[in-house]
Design a protein around this ligand. Structure first.
Ligand code: IMP
Ligand code: MG
Length: 192
């Protein structure tokens, strides 16, 4: 793998970082392309009364959604789902409850679900079923990073930023034990 961005030397915070897979510039270029594609697809069917309802899955998506929504020349509303913090409950009951406000907001609307990374696709598949129950007019998925080789569930994803190999990556919102979400690039970690 080629290191495309010089790491600041003697930065102890960076010691675990191995290769930079995507630079800040490459990521920004791709986000702009995705924004243009989404703007084109939706711009004739939305109005300020019927905006695009963007729903993101916390926390990894925060960086991507902040960048992407500023590339959309569309009326949008923004919501988040937090299933990570409910994982204890989820394990116990197998259920994630949708915020009632979100349920009302997506009924009869154009909904774009945004993810940082789709890997096996289990959580996304479940959330999409939950969102579908609220009868959105349309429901599409946009993910910045995709490991389609690892997929267990068959999920139609309309917008994909980058296809990745099966390697654990950090940065641009993605974490390792909560660290590294703030790296502006996407990187692999040294073997531990
Ligand atoms: P899955 O699609 O249900 O397997 O889960 C996808 C989620 O796992 C993503 O939204 C990330 O939170 C996390 N994840 C998967 N692969 C990585 C990775 O390489 N780095 C950081 N988080 C990852
Ligand atoms: Mg996630």
């Amino acid at each position: 793998m080629i290191v495309k961005q010089v790491l600041p030397e003697k930065n102890r915070y960076m010691e675990e970082i191995c290769d930079i897979l995507l630079t800040e510039e490459e990521i920004a270029k791709r986000v702009a392309e995705l924004g243009a594609a989404i703007t084109q697809d939706y711009h004739d069917i939305l109005s300020p009364d019927t905006p695009l309802i963007i729903v993101g899955m916390l926390k990894g998506v925060t960086i991507f959604v902040a960048d992407l929504m500023r590339q959309l020349q569309l009326p949008v509303h923004l919501y988040f789902i937090d299933i990570e913090s409910k994982s204890e409950n989820t394990r116990a009951t197998g259920l994630i409850e949708l915020d009632a406000k979100l349920g009302d907001a997506i009924a009869g609307q154009h909904v774009l679900f945004i993810e940082d990374m789709v890997d096996a696709g289990l959580s996304l598949s479940y959330v999409l079923r939950m969102l579908g129950l609220r009868k959105p007019l349309t429901l599409e998925v946009c993910t910045m990073f995709n490991k389609s080789n690892n997929r267990i569930m068959d999920i139609p994803i309309k917008y994909v930023g980058f296809e990745l190999q099966d390697k654990y990556v950090v940065g641009y919102g993605l974490d390792s034990n909560e660290l590294y979400r703030n790296l502006p690039f996407l990187a692999t970690l040294n073997a531990q």
